[in-house]
Ligand binder design. Sequence first.
Ligand code: IPE
Ligand code: IPE
Ligand code: MG
Length: 236
Amino acid sequence: MGTTNNQLRHIALIMDGNGRWAQKKGLPRNAGHQKGAEVVLEIAKAAKEMGVQYLTIYAFSTENWKRSSEEVEGLMNLLRTYLGRNFKELAENDVRIRFIGERQRLDDDIQAQMTRLEQETKNNKSATLLVALSYGARQEIVQAARLLAEKVKSGDILSKDIDEQTFSDMLYTADVPEPDLLIRTSGEQRLSNFLLWQLAYTEFYFTKTLWPDFTKEELKDIINQFQQRERRYGKV
Ligand code: IPE
Ligand code: IPE
Ligand code: MG
């Protein structure tokens, strides 16, 4: 097998293992989230430098609302800080920032900060960071089905004209190319309701590294391994 050189436009990232990282150090779980949030900034900058056009990070899932109120509050406060600081640094580096997920479940001040960042960065061109916040893929798919049902009802489209393209146009990621590579840290090998539609032909990579220990060197190494893979898309 020779070396292939796969196109790498979009990386999807499940940043997992913050809690275990903190636990190992005898710290509260939220200390892990704190360190994890710093790593996000570093990795987003590194991905941009490596020429990756889109990075989608799983920051908070629909199911994560079920965690203790102490942990959820800690995460929300961290988010407040990072929306104002780290994301701002990315914004100033020509990175477009977008959020996907059920944003109406977040507090009003957080929603306002998100909208402001999206507005301020909408013309940035070097890279796009998609932050999945209060995100669940099944909810996204159900929401798409509902939107299409309404369009059929109002006569905008005919049900026989619904195809993969019209369906994916209803997803949060409508105008974003599908991820080429998915990385999940912390050793868990599952999707946990992340981008179920979009990952249909994505290459998966699982690493045991806990998210707060993840480095741009490891990212580089994973990308090199990805370049060796043969993507077949059902063909021979
Ligand atoms: C990932 O780390 C961050 C979020 C889900 C918000 P975890 O908090 O899931 O850490 P572990 O999996 O318990 O170690
Ligand atoms: C997935 O991690 C969600 C995020 C990284 C934000 P979880 O830690 O919530 O996933 P499970 O519970 O191990 O499946
Ligand atoms: Mg976890």
